[in-house]
Design a binder for this molecule. Sequence first.
Ligand code: FAD
Length: 293
Amino acid sequence: MKPSAFEYVRATSVADAIDALARHEFEAKILAGGQSLVPLMNFRLAAPTVLVDTNGVDGLSYIKRTNGTLAFGAMTRQGAIEDSPIVAESCPLLLEATKLVGHRTVRNRGTIGGSIAHADPSAEYPAVLLALDGDVVVEGASGQRVIPASELFLTVCTTSIAPNELLTEVRLPVLPAGTGSAFLELNRRHGDWAIVGAVAVVTVDARGICEEARIALAGVDATPVRCHAAESVLQGEHLTEQVLAEAARQCAGAVHPGDDLHATGDYKRAMVRVFVERALRLARDRCGRIENV
Ligand code: FAD
């Protein structure tokens, strides 16, 4: 299949890209890695009349750690994140999630900004952003604003980024010592989209008591889902097998995934319970502070 005709604009700066978006607004789309947009255009599921290519924009590809925050330029390739020693040290959860995004050839082109702006509910990066309470920075003709993850994802492939705004930066907090994390997912083959994805992050004190817990799911609703009720089951507790199982049970009870080609909703809900419990166990065992719980 071939895309319908479109005008091509190669932006050379953020201002250039914003200017092109402002001129064409609802007709224009940013072209980042093209790993989601180009297939959609080829299938004619998307038909933007203008493509604003940000691959030639300087200064949108970086990974920086400052004051407890990891900042990523929107055009940072998923492959660069996978290879980054800063990410491996400061956010092993993101590294684990990255390795689950398609295959290396996809990650060589795909960008962190593109994955988050695309907002596929089965995608790994949106679930990580939500679990960690990250933010995105967007810029448009009227200036810059910061959108917290909790206000970003509206429904399937739809965010609160306006059509005339460019996502420029993704920010994730660096988590404190005593934190363990895991991203596990059910899929038919490695590299496929998640049928169910589970993110678990726990921080424990020196006695092994859970100070903070974060759980997010991919693939079970129109957006990634945060499981606050299940998190409160863990907070203030020793992370015993029974406590982990109860939190996983709460997660499964809180979601209502629909049937699709890959699985029934009931099966997905059952897998939420299994994968959250496994992810929590792995996260707990990676805290490095727990003995013999
Ligand atoms: P593009 O495809 O260029 O853009 C995607 C959308 O985001 C477009 O609407 C575009 O206009 C918008 N956009 C991009 N950048 C910006 C920006 N800076 N500001 C505003 N809007 C922007 N993804 C997964 O998460 N998990 C998988 O398992 C997975 N498997 C894949 C397997 C294959 C075979 C392929 C081809 C892709 C797969 N992907 C998967 C998708 C991949 O992660 C994409 O890279 C990602 O979804 C989009 O990033 P991109 O940079 O390619 O964005």
